[in-house]
Design a binder for this molecule. Structure first.
Ligand code: C5P
Length: 237
């Protein structure tokens, strides 16, 4: 099914699908990276867990009428998606203060954001994905002001939907990062992945971190935590 390798990122490989105009295969790798690639490791089985978790979440979002590039899970580590032109903006939604915002703005750890905060970052590894404002985003992408507003609205809707999903499995959605892409017909849809690599999730009972912070901060067994998230998702359905 796969033809040529189009792109290899830190967490995934992207292949063109043989004889298809607009379908791609995303293949999840076992690699974990943090701090813009400075910290690296590999965990056998991580690719499978993120593929399963991300597929579950995109299916769930689709049932909640949120359109994305996701078509279907193909096998343990791969999923089929519609090709989009990635908009080079990372959209972060924050419900609770932690991570970069506490250092950048001196906001106290665990401060609640009501309403949630939306931040934009320029997707550029060489520049270290800097924080940008709306005017920068309009300059650096082909999105119009209306589309940028729609992207932020979609991010907030996705936040509401995912907060509900995660609370059902006893997790708090602290923050997360989304990417969007443009389809051939010009529409903008959710793309990339949603997994514990791209979300912060805290256990509601123990407050334990159950996401990539376990790797970033050397807090324990990353695979154990990712397995537990998949297990809780599968147990709810
Ligand atoms: O590091 P920071 O606090 O800005 O991260 C906010 C959220 O975005 C976290 O959930 C983190 O996992 C996610 N993120 C990501 N990819 C990046 C930067 C942040 O998935 N390049």
């Amino acid at each position: 099914m796969k033809a040529e390798l189009l792109y290899e990122g830190k967490a995934k490989k992207v292949y063109r699908v043989k004889d298809s105009q607009d379908e791609l295969v995303l293949s999840y790798k076992n690699d974990a990276t943090a701090f813009n690639g400075v910290k690296k490791d590999s965990f056998d089985g991580k690719g499978r867990l993120n593929n399963e978790i991300s597929s579950y979440i995109f299916d769930y979002l689709s049932n909640e009428n949120i359109e994305s590039h996701f078509i279907e899970k193909l096998n343990e580590t791969e999923q089929l998606v519609t090709e989009t032109t990635i908009i080079p903006i990372e959209v972060v939604v924050r419900n609770i203060a932690t991570g970069s915002i506490t250092k950048r703005l001196g906001i106290k750890e665990k401060t609640l954001f009501t309403p949630p905060l939306v931040e934009l970052f320029y997707k550029d590894d060489a520049l270290g994905d800097p924080l940008i404002n709306d005017e920068h985003a309009l300059f650096l992408s082909d999105a119009t002001r209306l589309e940028l507003d729609e992207i932020k609205e979609m991010a907030l809707t996705i936040n509401t939907v995912l907060q509900k999903l995660f609370s059902e499995i006893n997790l708090t959605l602290v923050d997360f990062k989304l990417e969007f892409g443009r389809l051939e017909d010009g529409r903008i849809v959710l793309s990339d992945e949603i997994s514990p690599d791209t979300c912060r999730l805290w256990d509601r009972t123990t407050q334990e971190k159950m996401d990539k912070d376990v790797f970033r901060q050397d807090l324990g067994d990353l695979l154990h935590v990712y397995k537990e998230i998949l297990h809780r998702l599968e147990a709810r359905s």
